[in-house]
Design a protein around this ligand. Sequence first.
Ligand SMILES: Nc1ncnc2c1ncn2[C@@H]1O[C@H](COP(=O)(O)OP(=O)(O)OP(=O)(O)O)[C@@H](O)[C@H]1O
Ligand SMILES: CC(=O)N[C@H]1[C@@H]2OC[C@@H](O2)[C@@H](O)[C@@H]1O[C@H](C)C(=O)O
Length: 367
Amino acid sequence: MKETGPIWALGTMSGTSLDGVDAALVRTDGQRIFDFGPTAYRPYQPAERDTIRAALGRWQGDPGVAQAARVVEDAHISVMRRLVGGADLCGFHGQTLAHDPGGRGTHQAGDGARLARALGKPVVWDFRSADVRLGGQGAPLAPFFHFACASWIDAREPLAFLNLGGVGNVTWIDPAQPGPEIPGAILAFDTGPANAPIDDLVYRRMGLSCDRDGALAGFGRIDKTILKRFLLHPFFFRVPPKSLDRDAFPDLVRAVEDLAVEDAVATLTAAVACAVARAAEHFPRPVSRVLVTGGGRRNPTMMRMLAEALEVQVDPVESVGLDGDMLEAQAFAYLAVRVSRGLPTSCPATTGVRTAIGGGRISRPEP
Ligand SMILES: Nc1ncnc2c1ncn2[C@@H]1O[C@H](COP(=O)(O)OP(=O)(O)OP(=O)(O)O)[C@@H](O)[C@H]1O
Ligand SMILES: CC(=O)N[C@H]1[C@@H]2OC[C@@H](O2)[C@@H](O)[C@@H]1O[C@H](C)C(=O)O
């Protein structure tokens, strides 16, 4: 008989900010969350990060991609070994190197079959390709998990989950609907740049990894002319679903280049908040609150600018008992179980795919 009860899944995420690999256990039947388990994190060493960075924007077969994939796989194997004993199944997102859904497709580095052999457990991977092949954006994929989280926290009113990683993405949810793929239950899309352009700028100019606690942005002056021009970018006029590559706003990056570093960072931080406010204009109905996940929630200047731009309550997901560092890794644990049970992982309202579909491949430890 087919298994339908809850199982433990180990999910991972290596995000666009290239900081490291998150891993988390979730107990789920692919519909409801039953429990959250232990988590682990393994940062990339500087040399590993350089190898991955050198492969950004590249596709399978390009120079440097095989090395980057090896780094990604090895880092995952080392962090997953710490938790895999408690897992029945694994979900491996891999590292997005390039994302061009309307063109060449989407590319997540890392071979799930190698992980399955190394870890001795079935591994679900390559979550995005099928969606792109069927005309979807291939991203964002966390929204079905956000829907389950809304039920876990017993939300009653429409709310939004906002992920501020390298890129921003938002999921609007009506928790009164019975399932995520029901029309009207969800709307999800990327909002614009988040931390990636800030990290890149402070690294280039000051050798820093990020604008820690929003200190630089808090001091700087926002250049309103640059901000206004940024908001005229065609992306903001596109109807969602829509998704972005990590480095999708080169004009914004160029425009702040001549500003003093504090002013440049303040302008980039305001750009994140204003992009989210533009995103909120697409919500089917207003939300009661916005729950923020991802590294951006640790930046008080970004959070303040967000609350001002959105004029709604903005809180980190910790305020409802969720773990903002691990939500994406947990999402890929949850999605792995959905894939293994033939449940959809995306739908027209999340990626723009024609119909609700389940992506992902399953590799087993032995052929
Ligand atoms: N204390 C802090 N102050 C300011 N920024 C921070 C702080 N902590 C984390 N960040 C930012 O958050 C980023 C990491 O966020 P996160 O781990 O959510 O990204 P990611 O998962 O790699 O990206 P994505 O969700 O786009 O794939 C860091 O690169 C940094 O810019
Ligand atoms: C192609 C890709 O890897 N996209 C990531 C990235 O990081 C944030 C945003 O851009 C989102 O679209 C997605 O990740 C999250 C986990 C998602 O799929 O929901």
